[in-house]
Design a binder for this molecule. Structure first.
Ligand SMILES: [Zn+2]
Length: 300
């Protein structure tokens, strides 16, 4: 299973910034240790997303402002990261990683970006730690290469995928499912193809029942050739921002449901990480690593 890490392009953040950027390198190292112990992982440097790839999704003027550092103060505030050349390099690589993972999944059945899930970025804005929308760019790029006709984006980050929903409004070829905390960020939720809003404090049983129903409906309606899976670690009970109460075991069961449903439909799956804001970085790494190990098993 090919894994595309972006952590060699670090996010320079001011001291005390709330975003746990260190988790990405920890995840890569954890998975390298699994590979050394026999897990079937191959680590591949992602390409930097190209202008052509970006403007299939994003407004050309917005892309230009990001690349040249001419975002307004309000645009930077909305993204939540200070602008820097390193932020640009990182955003291009993590977006490229999703494209590469999608292409690898089409060849191998499954693959993953070890970052991304930047689902709050819309056509002409970034938001909530998202600069470019990686799964949207990957979906459109696979369509542009005529590798697929229809794509299913399964967004299991705890926050609603408002940017993805906005980008694909009126585009029936990409089905966007989001299962998220109803009262969580973003407050204004752009409706996607299927939205499942959960109450604060939702635990394993209710979460998994809602997910199973959403998967049945999504796979039926999407008629997709490729699944892009945002495997957020933030529905976890210990997450600072999640407001749900799903356990690590529950998240492992979520991964099993998604991956087995895709496998039964014979669909390739490209995974991106999504959010994770647990104080304890090792817990975030546990959750993402479990997803990757399960995916590698399913692929065999
Ligand atoms: Zn999130």
């Amino acid at each position: 299973m090919r894994l595309f890490p972006s952590d060699r392009y670090p996010l320079p953040l001011p001291d005390g910034h709330r975003f746990p950027a260190a988790k990405y390198a920890l995840l890569r190292r954890r998975l390298e240790a699994h590979a050394a112990a026999g897990a079937a992982f191959e680590f591949v440097e992602p390409h930097a997303a190209t202008d052509d790839e970006l403007v299939r999704v994003h407004d050309r003027a917005y892309v230009g402002r990001v690349l040249s550092g001419r975002l307004s103060r309000e645009e930077v505030r909305r993204i939540g990261f200070p602008w820097s050349p390193e932020l640009v390099a990182r955003s291009l690589r993590s977006t490229g990683a999703a494209v590469d993972a999608a292409a690898a999944a089409l060849a191998d059945g499954v693959a993953a970006s070890l970052a991304g899930g930047t689902h709050h970025a819309g056509t002409d804005w970034g938001e909530g730690y998202c600069v470019f929308n990686d799964t949207a760019v990957a979906a459109r790029e696979m369509q542009a290469r005529a590798a697929v006709r229809r794509v299913l984006i399964l967004d299991c980050d705890v926050h609603q995928g408002n940017g993805t929903a906005q980008i694909f409004t009126g585009d029936d070829s990409v089905f966007t499912m989001s299962i998220h905390g109803a009262r969580n960020f973003p407050l204004r939720k752009h409706p996607g193809s299927l939205d499942v809003g959960l109450d604060d404090g939702t635990g394993d049983e209710a979460y998994l029942a809602a997910l199973a129903a959403a998967l049945r409906e999504s796979f039926t309606r999407a008629r997709a050739d490729l699944v892009l899976y945002i495997a957020g670690a933030d529905p976890y009970a210990g997450d600072r921002l999640g407001r749900l109460a799903v356990t690590k075991q529950g998240l492992a069961e979520r991964d099993r449901l998604v991956l087995e449903t895709a496998a039964r439909s014979g669909l390739p799956v490209a995974i991106v990480c999504g959010g994770g804001y647990c104080e304890d970085l090792e817990s975030i790494v546990d959750i993402h690593a479990a997803t990757m190990l399960r995916a590698a098993e399913t692929a065999r």
